[in-house]
Design a protein around this ligand. Structure first.
Ligand SMILES: C[S@@+](CC[C@H](N)C(=O)[O-])C[C@H]1O[C@@H](n2cnc3c(N)ncnc32)[C@H](O)[C@@H]1O
Length: 303
């Protein structure tokens, strides 16, 4: 099946113009205690990514192809979150095993409950992905780290440990975004920030810039002999502003503007920000029939 291509010269030019060179960065403890202390953020994102997509092949389908599962593999999922991806992969591992690891107990527990009672043996480990000391050498055929690597404090320790626990012939899949993924969301957000005369330090790119789809290959090549990039695109289309606004506010903390408490901004600031963003989204829906949010994401397959 050919992949849809949503890239246009207009989007490239917009990315060039608006995506800042610096990106947000949050300590893993902030992620654990603020973003993943419950499953709300993940639930909103997963629902919206799935319900409003236009690519008939889902992100999980893309991963299933990448991982080349024959049903018997032992799979380790680093930063497994609430187990959304594992639930979908599980039928492809009917005679294999699943190990989910995450440093946020609330989401790890949700994953455990989600896969409870399935025939594939599952184990769950609360740890940071750069501490895999509890796992034996050569114990997994597949290792994944999806949309989480930017939170891991010590990448050298993490990649070295993945090599150690992965069997020869195994595949490590690292999934992340390009810095300009979901460009239209950043566009309406930055426009609203400018209208509010917000301080410069709010104008930053996604935290995934730490190891993005544009920059990650060179970092991974230091640890893995073969690194292949497999891209995947999608375009979310909203004809109602409400689900997008939930995605923006709850799923993305207003493009990270509300990720950590900041005494400079009160609830009124965020309410005005949302008001401006929503007005522009409504305007675009009226003009174009929908508000588009284009995703440039993909995986590195490392051997
Ligand atoms: C955006 S979620 C991705 C969840 C899942 N991989 C997915 O794609 O649906 C990021 C996950 O990484 C976890 N995480 C953050 N820092 C981590 C660390 N140092 N070690 C392990 N997991 C971590 C979070 O708790 C969260 O579940």
């Amino acid at each position: 099946m050919t992949q849809p291509d949503f890239r246009t010269p207009e989007l490239d030019a917009l990315a060039e113009r608006i995506i800042p060179a610096t990106h947000f960065e949050f300590p893993t403890e902030t992620a654990r205690d603020r973003f993943f202390h419950n499953t709300r953020m993940l639930d909103v994102k997963q629902h919206v990514h799935n319900a409003y997509r236009t690519n008939p092949r889902s992100m999980v389908d893309h991963m299933i192809t990448n991982l080349q599962l024959s049903g018997t593999q032992d799979l380790l999922d680093l930063g497994c979150g609430n187990g959304f991806i594992l639930e979908h992969l599980r039928p492809h591992l009917a005679d294999g095993t699943i190990t989910g690891l995450d440093n946020a107990p609330a989401v790890l527990d949700a994953a455990r409950r989600r896969l409870h009672g399935t025939a594939t043996p599952c184990s769950w480990i609360e740890s940071s992905a750069d501490d895999l000391t509890m796992l034996a050498d050569d114990s997994f055929d597949r290792v994944m780290a999806n949309y989480m690597i930017h939170y891991v404090p010590d990448l050298d320790r993490c990649f070295t440990a993945i090599r150690r626990v992965m069997r020869p012939g195994g595949i490590f899949q690292l999934t992340t975004d390009r810095a300009d993924s979901m460009l239209e969301m950043y566009d309406v957000h930055f426009e609203a920030l400018r209208a509010l005369d917000a301080p410069d330090d709010l104008f930053k790119a996604t935290p995934k810039g730490r190891l993005s789809l544009d920059t990650g290959a060179a970092q991974l090549a230091e640890y893995f002999e073969h690194v292949e990039k497999v891209t995947w695109q999608d375009q979310l289309r909203f004809t109602d502003p409400a689900p997008f606004m939930r995605f923006y506010e709850v799923g993305h903390n207003h493009c990270c503007a509300s990720s950590v408490p900041d005494s400079r901004f009160d609830d009124g600031f965020y309410a005005r920000l949302r008001g401006l963003v929503e007005a522009e989204v409504v305007r675009r829906i009226q003009a174009d029939g929908y508000f588009a949010v284009t995703k440039f994401t993909g995986s590195f397959l490392c051997r």
